[in-house]
Write a protein that binds this ligand. Structure first.
Ligand code: NAG
Ligand code: NAG
Length: 321
């Protein structure tokens, strides 16, 4: 049978899809737990394409806001949006979420307040709410969503011991409230986060936890990568970890947790952990960027460099000849 070289060319995109789907260094693809804590870049909006390229294992995202981020909504990979009510202020959270559901968004979960146990005045990202005030706001602005079948994530406290005290006081003040899972933040080493999860599991038996911010901040490359690998394996394996999102999804030169925790390098290419987070081989890391409008330019150029494609194409060519 005669097969023209042209038909080989035609089948290449299909091959690339097959091979890139097979190159999964870490975890399943797609990964129902793995998501994105979205920190957009004003200077480099094109970086967003990287998270939603086809074959991305990511399945969900949050952006600390009640409304989705348009730049993450149009990609080949669809991420489920998880709205958050960040702090204690007048809001239209319930209406916003209902509006999204009416528009056809798959809103399965929402998140409560962000780091309410630390002050909003210190520039640290805390929303600084007293447990009683948080309970009152919860009843008014979050609890009504439970009636719609939406699952509610408790306020995400910091990893400090005072975070647990805050959460216990909040649960006591919000006794009749619904909590389906508890989001946690952690900045520290692996033993620390494992022990942190143990503490919370003991305090709240049978609860599901989400790790919505975590990293080994301001460390060297080797311990950062080791921490990354250990946490991925651990969180993928544990039944009481519902979801997780690594911090963070930004370039190394603007990272506030040190350059070695960033998923992107200073040029917008993936770092090694960025590649692993997206189930890609580190050899193709830096060449995968969000630049270029077509998905093929994101995946194709990098994938063709990978060992797997070379072998696959070589086998195919020898079979044809
Ligand atoms: C946890 O769940 C198990 C199995 O469903 C149940 O037997 C146990 O009573 C629960 N424990 C608590 C403290 O809710
Ligand atoms: C982390 O995992 C990647 C991908 O599986 C592997 O290539 C790398 O050697 C691992 N590094 C450490 C320190 O475990």
């Amino acid at each position: 049978m005669h097969i023209s070289p042209f038909s080989i060319l035609l089948s290449l995109p299909h091959l690339l899809t097959l091979v890139s789907a097979a190159a999964n260094p870490i975890g399943p693809n797609p990964n129902s737990k793995r998501g994105l804590v979205y920190v957009p870049s004003k200077d480099h909006p094109e970086d967003d394409n990287i998270w939603i390229q086809s074959g991305s294992p990511l399945t969900w995202y949050y952006n600390y806001e009640s409304k989705p981020s348009p730049r993450l909504e149009g990609g080949p990979t669809k991420l489920q949006f998880v709205p958050m009510l960040w702090g204690d202020y007048d809001n239209t959270f319930v209406q916003d979420v209902k509006g999204l559901v009416d528009q056809g968004y798959d809103i399965e979960y929402v998140l409560g307040f962000n780091e309410p146990d630390i002050s909003a005045n210190e520039g640290t990202g805390g929303s600084g709410i007293a447990p009683e005030a948080a309970a009152a706001r919860w009843k008014e602005s979050i609890e009504p969503l439970a009636e719609m079948g939406i699952k509610l994530g408790a306020p995400s406290v910091t990893g400090a011991p005072s975070g647990l005290e805050w959460l216990k006081a909040f649960f006591a003040a919000c006794e009749s409230c619904t909590f389906d899972f508890v989001p946690l933040h952690w900045y520290g080493n692996f033993d620390g986060v494992a022990s942190h999860l143990g503490t919370y599991s003991a305090a709240f038996p049978n609860m599901t936890f989400w790790l919505t911010e975590f990293a080994l901040a301001h460390e060297d490359v080797a311990p950062s990568q080791e921490f990354f690998n250990l946490t991925m394996e651990y969180f993928d394996r544990l039944d009481n970890v519902g979801r997780y999102s690594w911090f963070g999804s930004f370039r190394s030169d603007v990272s506030n947790v040190g350059p070695n925790s960033a998923l992107l390098n200073q040029d917008g290419g993936l770092t090694y952990i960025g590649a692993w987070y997206l189930n890609k081989n580190e050899n193709e890391a830096a060449s995968i960027t969000g630049k270029g409008s077509s998905d093929a330019s994101v995946l194709g150029v990098s994938a063709i460099k990978s060992f797997g494609v070379t072998v696959f194409v070589a086998v195919l060519v020898s079979w044809i000849l």
